[in-house]
Design a protein around this ligand. Structure first.
Ligand SMILES: Nc1ncnc2c1ncn2[C@@H]1O[C@H](COP(=O)(O)OP(=O)(O)OP(=O)(O)O)[C@@H](O)[C@H]1O
Ligand SMILES: [Mg+2]
Length: 499
């Protein structure tokens, strides 16, 4: 017994966590081995983040016990947990946009020299940490200038300034491409070699299988399976997560594209992208691929009037239009579903219902008044399709799990009347089953004659659900493919072409 205890750095025993109306964790028992990578998987709302928050003292359990290095953890708090070298990188990014990368990294434990801040040291240390996570930006860069993917890397770098015994990563790869993910895995494996124990949460099951030593599956707050990774395969893992077999959609062959240009850019440049020329057809799903910082998101922002266009022309339905602001874009029936749900996609303090209907009130308006019952019904229907887990329509979005918040953003935009929909990483943080559902809805929208631009870092998504793909590199379009002609290999090569 003694020996066995020593192998485990952390053990949860019969942990239950209740929220009003939801049992987030129900009698959960898990042991984490020292120096191993232990993955937690499960559908959105299964209880993964709740478990992490308990370990780090961010919230308190309803019942049960937690043991750390053989001793019971009592009166845990985030500060005590950091002292114990349990370091979390949360799913929600916590950077302060107006501060530099190094200020963010040292926030809360600034280095002083005499009474002044030792900025030189902080910058140098930051450079070193950024190198460790493979991020090539200056420590002086303002956080707001980084994309979400780069912010993820900075958050990881931040975790490494301290001595770590247990590193917890809650969906660190959501906006990373395959190559970037590989790089991160290298870092994680090195940490493991140093004896650090890692708890890893991800919806990318292929990654989980590749990286982790042990996998625990949570479903509806309960542990349904724990095994060494080699004893799982993807299909089995999905079945455990969703409790049934899931038919994964294969490449959708149905052609919905009409030969009618709904959008065309001619030589458009902004400060971020150069000489962009392409068109989007009615009923088409056009993918935008490329590495982090290649200009994927910036291209979308240019179309939507979020960046000033310095030269070039935009045509909507064949007519030259001035799109100088998101409002202009909305007037042209465009919608932009941003990757940064926390700041732009949701009003966290408002209810699920208010968030979903925010952009689409017109749909359920008769004679200028909103039909409340019909509104509820429409909202319930779309939330059901997306398998959103929520206690009631009046619940604040803030209380939803990360993936369920993302589903609310999608639901909101799926209900609008926009005819050109731009999605930036729509499925980040979303579980496999619901992803398939979202792909199905996107294809259906295309069939109804809507046109979709899909910015994505996931190869599989880009290749399987789009009709055509533009590969961005260094702010330019490096190449264009019919999706059926595209392979992961070409995607990789073209992404790096103009670098
Ligand atoms: N503060 C809260 N108040 C009420 N309910 C909450 C709160 N935090 C979490 N929940 C609920 O607890 C359940 C588990 O949420 P949790 O965030 O742990 O899920 P998750 O497995 O991390 O999901 P995801 O993959 O979407 O991130 C969900 O039903 C969620 O709505
Ligand atoms: Mg979560």
């Amino acid at each position: 017994m003694e020996d066995q205890m020593n192998d485990y750095i952390l053990t949860l025993e019969n942990i239950t966590k209740e929220y009003p109306g939801v049992t987030a964790l129900n009698d959960v028992t898990i042991s984490f081995e020292k120096g191993k990578i232990h993955a937690l998987v499960g559908e959105n709302g299964a209880g993964k983040s709740t478990l992490i928050k308990l370990l780090t003292g961010a919230i308190d359990k309803t019942s049960g016990k937690i043991f750390y290095k053989g001793e019971e953890l009592k009166n845990n708090s985030p500060i005590k947990s950091l002292d114990r070298k349990i370091i979390p990188v949360y799913q929600e990014l916590n950077m302060i946009p107006t501060l530099s990368v190094y200020d963010n990294i040292f926030y809360g434990h600034e280095m002083t020299k005499g009474i002044a801040l030792d900025k030189k040291y902080m910058r140098e240390k930051t450079s070193e940490l950024l190198k460790q996570v493979g991020l090539k930006v200056s420590p002086k860069t303002k956080a707001r200038e980084l994309g979400v993917g780069n912010q993820q890397l900075v958050e990881i770098a931040k975790a490494l300034i301290k001595d770590v015994d247990v590193l917890i990563l809650d969906e660190p790869t959501t906006s990373l491409t395959d190559i970037e993910t590989e790089n991160l895995f290298g870092i994680i494996r090195n940490l493991k070699k140093r004896g650090i124990s890692i708890i890893y949460i991800s919806h990318r099951l292929d990654e989980v299988l590749q990286l982790s030593d042990t996998i625990t599956v949570l479903r509806d707050g309960e542990v349904v399976d724990t095994r060494p990774s080699y004893a799982f395969d993807e299909e089995h893992l999905i079945k455990s997560m969703v409790g049934r077999n899931l038919s994964r959609s294969t490449r959708n062959k149905e052609k919905t594209v009409k030969n009618e240009k709904v959008l065309e850019l001619r030589n458009v440049s902004t400060d971020q992208v150069k000489n962009i020329s392409f068109h989007l057809l009615k009923g088409e799903i056009l993918g935008i691929a490329g590495l982090m910082g290649s200009g994927r998101t910036e291209l979308a922002e240019a179309i939507f009037g979020r960046d000033k266009i310095t030269s070039g022309e935009i045509f909507v339905n064949g007519e030259l239009k001035k799109i100088n602001s998101p409002k202009d874009a909305v007037d042209e029936h465009m919608a932009f579903i941003t990757e940064d749900r926390k700041t732009l996609g949701l009003m966290l303090d408002l209810s699920v219902l208010e968030n979903v209907t925010y952009a689409s009130l017109k749909k359920v308006t008769t004679n200028g008044t909103i039909d409340k019952d019909e509104e509820k019904q429409v909202v319930e229907e779309i939330l059901e399709r997306l398998n959103v887990k929520y206690a009631s329509l009046d619940e604040k979005v803030l209380n939803l799990s990360g993936g369920n918040q993302q589903k609310v953003v999608i639901a909101k935009w799926l209900l609008t009347n926009a005819s050109i929909l731009i999605f930036d990483e729509p499925t980040q943080g979303i579980d496999v089953g619901s992803k398939e559902e979202i792909y199905g809805i996107l294809r259906k929208l295309a069939k109804e004659g809507k046109s979709i631009i899909l910015v994505s870092s996931e190869n599989e998504e880009i290749m399987n659900i789009t009709d055509r793909v533009l590969v961005m590199s260094n702010g330019e379009i490096a190449s264009e493919y019919k999706s059926e002609a595209l392979t992961a290999d070409t995607l990789f090569k073209d992404s790096a072409r103009l670098l």
